[in-house]
Design a protein around this ligand. Structure first.
Ligand code: R5P
Length: 290
């Protein structure tokens, strides 16, 4: 029972000190709930406002992708350098020890592999995300594709559920073979994700007008790395994306398929968090390379 008689008198009211009003450090999220902001603050570095997410969810559509044959050998040595891990529940349960204590962007849509065209995508139960302590739920959205409606419905459903439990949603823009990855398309796809409630969006970098893609998206954008490039080129892409306003990267193949993935993820960190120029980051890569 509280001891009323022994209480110290309350007197530190700071009458002359106004309460500090602070905007949330990530754009567009001021009016989101506390739990969502808390989770986003685990994914994004509060000081730099950026993130280096490590994507290794490729197996859910591609099977044992090069570099991901053995998650314990290919990915675990990289985990300490990643701000967030993006993977499926299967690999998370089987291969990632919970004591790595990294925020998880859980791949929550499924239904198609590379052996067929995109078709009947579904979403996994919200309870799985809660059980896996996900910091975000990643949903693939195919704007302009044959199954656009299905994937947008999945996004809206998972946002509804995410809002209920304060788990932010990452809208992942899938670009069909028939669609151009230009700023016009990427702006539209990213904007559609944000308009439907995604707290952040993962899309591709494009050479022309990526600053417009970022500017027209009201929430943070992270870029996917895409197909494997030479290490210096991949660092250049990361640098240009960050210079154009991206809030980070969610890279997979350009990290785990690099000649030296541990050196590569550290070089990417230098670009994203420290603003290193691509040539400096490549120098760092070469210095760290075994
Ligand atoms: C794509 O749907 C997957 O979610 C990957 O996580 C994504 O493409 C990022 O990987 P990468 O950098 O290899 O493109």
């Amino acid at each position: 029972m509280a001891d009323a008689s022994g209480n110290i008198e309350a007197k530190n009211y700071g009458f002359d000190i106004p309460v500090e009003k602070k905007s949330f450090f990530l754009k567009g999220l001021d009016n989101f709930d506390w739990g969502i902001k808390d989770r986003m603050s685990r994914i994004f570095d509060v000081k730099s406002g950026k993130t280096v997410m490590l994507a290794f969810d490729h197996g859910y559509i591609m099977g044992p992708t090069s570099g991901l044959e053995r998650i314990d050998l290919g990915i675990l040595p990289l985990v300490e350098y990643a701000d967030c891990l993006m993977c499926t529940r299967g690999v998370l349960r089987s291969c990632i020890p919970p004591d790595v204590n990294k925020p998880i962007s859980l791949r929550c849509s499924a239904g198609t592999t590379v052996l067929t065209e995109l078709n009947d995508e579904c979403i996994i139960d919200i309870e799985e995300s809660i059980r896996m302590n996900a910091s975000a739920m990643a949903i693939m959205v195919s704007v302009g594709g044959k199954y656009e409606a299905t994937t947008i419905r999945n996004l809206t459903k998972i946002v509804d559920l995410g809002m209920k439990y304060s788990i932010p949603v990452l809208g992942v823009t899938a670009v069909g073979k028939e669609l151009a990855r230009d700023s016009r398309y990427l702006s539209m796809a990213s904007r559609v994700c944000a308009e439907n409630g995604a707290a952040f969006v993962k899309t591709y970098y494009c050479e022309e007008g990526f600053n417009k893609v970022v500017a027209a998206c009201p929430v943070p954008i992270v870029i996917a790395g895409g197909k494997k490039l030479d290490e210096d080129k991949a660092l250049e892409v990361a640098y240009k994306a960050i210079s154009d306003g991206a809030a980070g990267v969610d890279m997979g193949r350009n990290v785990f398929q690099a000649q030296d993935p541990i050196a590569m993820i550290q070089a990417v960190r230098a670009v994203v968090h420290d603003g290193a120029k691509p040539d400096k980051a490549f120098e760092l890569y070469n210095d760290l390379k075994k």
